[in-house]
Design a protein around this ligand. Structure first.
Ligand code: PLP
Length: 474
């Protein structure tokens, strides 16, 4: 592709991007497609000969976009609602253009150092201790897997040599994200060695139950090695009591990993800073700027106070000749701290986001999201046909129609079939629950009010003609 051909296509692409962001409300949040539709619309064989860029872009618009779920839509409220902000998108475009891969300091010095600078800024904004070393991974799943590996390395260093370790036990709340279990499996812990600590009525880990489980395991000769606390659980955004969990972890010498993938950004707000109380005793913390910090997917931050252990977990007998590099106390080689060698220049988009909005701008937006969530939960509280299913933490509202699980599920299907909004669902206390998460930069009070009106009118229609409320059995 010649520079001129690239320039022409890039202008067309950027125009499309700007139009997309401007007109995003015209798109259905969820596509109206069936499994296999996109596969069927595309040729079964790849092209033998190259094709012109305008044709490729036309097919992108006509064949791919109609099958997409629009995560950047202001009425996307499923899972955790997110935003790829303008500055973040521009950073991503530049990173792709330069194709930087900074496995070693020498492989791209400024990329390595920008990662240190951006994670240092955020560490200060969060008031985390200076000895937290930050590294960027793709996802929280990868970050947590690395934390659990380091925990294993600290508890059973012989594993690195022999592959054998004592019966190591990991503790996490019954509401922890399943990435913790996957991470534990990946580092060889085994499902039988993952303890699900019961939660209280507000879905927070019960420290007394944690202590009892540890005592039981010790009595049986097992080796407790890691506990994971969650700040903002996936189902209901519950916040585990970190100070109490940290005290238990310290008493038993366990690695304390804090999963703040979603809730972490809230701690930038003075009124929520307390959720990090106890974090100075944590060994690692994960926060995902790609969830609620306006950074395009993917970017997850892992902070650890034990980078020495993280590095030792990956230490081999010798460094292969092709990776030998001059050592300098200020030249950090991030690949020594992670499974992956290659790494994308992710900090560029984060740097753009942090500079464009500033700490104050980010705080203002997060506070507005939290205000909207509380406004909605007040509306729900006032309506006798609905009930809140969990306390409204941060920007997530969990609620249900006062009816059967089947009615709630039917309502969920009807809401999402409109294409006007997208909610997700979960189960709390054994009941089917609707989840509405707010996290998009463009979401307004009007969006939330209209979505709430839509939900209520669909539920009313369902009571008036119940047959229409049930999803099509086919
Ligand atoms: C609390 C929590 N931890 C971890 C994850 C996994 O995040 P990722 O998709 O970045 O692996 C999620 C995803 O929603 C989450 O809610």
């Amino acid at each position: 592709m010649s520079p001129e051909e690239f320039r022409a296509a890039a202008h067309e692409v950027v125009d499309w991007m700007a139009d997309y962001l401007r007109d995003i409300r015209d798109y259905p949040v969820l596509p109206n497609v069936q499994p296999g539709d996109t596969i069927d619309a595309l040729p079964a064989q790849g092209p033998e000969h190259g094709e012109p860029m305008p044709k490729i872009l036309e097919d992108f618009r006509n064949l791919i976009v109609p099958g997409l779920t629009h995560w950047n839509h202001p009425r996307f409220h499923g899972y955790f609602s997110i935003s790829a902000s303008g500055p973040g998108i521009l950073g991503e475009m530049l990173a792709a253009t330069m194709n930087i891969q900074h496995m070693l300091w020498k492989a791209s010095p400024a990329a390595t150092e920008l990662e240190q600078v951006t994670l240092g800024w955020l560490r200060q904004w969060w008031g985390l201790a200076d000895d937290f070393f930050g590294i960027i991974h793709d996802t929280a799943s990868t970050s947590s897997m690395h934390a659990i590996l380091a925990a294993r390395e600290l508890a059973a260093p012989e594993t690195r040599l022999t592959g054998q370790h004592p019966r190591l036990i990991l503790y996490r709340s019954e509401h922890a994200h399943n990435s913790i279990d996957k991470g534990a499996l990946t580092v060889g812990i085994g499902i039988e060695n993952i303890r699900q600590v019961p939660a209280d009525a507000e879905f927070r880990m019960q420290p007394a139950a944690l202590e009892a489980m540890i005592q039981r395991d010790l009595a049986q000769g097992h080796k407790p090695f890691c506990v994971v606390a969650t700040l903002g659980t996936t189902s209901s955004a519950a916040v585990d009591p970190l100070p109490a969990i940290a005290a238990i972890a310290e008493r038993h010498g366990l690695w304390l990993h804090v999963d703040a993938a979603y809730g972490g950004p809230a701690a930038l707000l003075e009124e929520h800073r307390h959720i990090l109380d106890g974090s100075s005793r944590a060994d690692s913390i994960v926060v995902n700027p790609h969830k609620w910090l306006f950074t395009p997917v993917d970017l997850s931050i892992l902070y650890t106070r034990r980078p020495d252990i993280m590095r030792r977990a990956f230490a081999l007998d010798e460094t292969p000749a092709y990776l030998l590099t001059a050592q300098h106390e200020r030249a950090l080689n991030f690949s020594e701290y992670s499974l992956n060698l290659g790494r994308r220049f992710r900090s560029l988009k984060l740097w753009f986001v942090l500079r464009y909005y500033g700490r104050e701008g980010i705080v203002r937006i997060l506070r507005e999201h939290i205000r909207l969530a509380h406004m909605l939960s007040e509306e729900i509280r006032r309506d006798p046909s609905y009930e809140l299913s969990a306390p409204t933490e941060f920007s997530l509202v969990c609620f249900r129609y006062r009816g059967s699980d089947q009615e709630n599920q039917a309502l969920y299907e009807r809401i999402n079939a409109t294409g006007k909004t997208f909610l997700s669902s979960t189960v709390l206390n054994g009941r089917y629950v609707l989840r509405l998460a707010i996290g998009n930069l463009a979401t307004t009070e009007q969006d939330i009010r209209e979505t709430w009106d839509l939900i209520r009118s669909l539920a009313r229609q369902a009571t008036e003609s119940p047959a229409a409320a049930l999803p099509d059995p086919s």
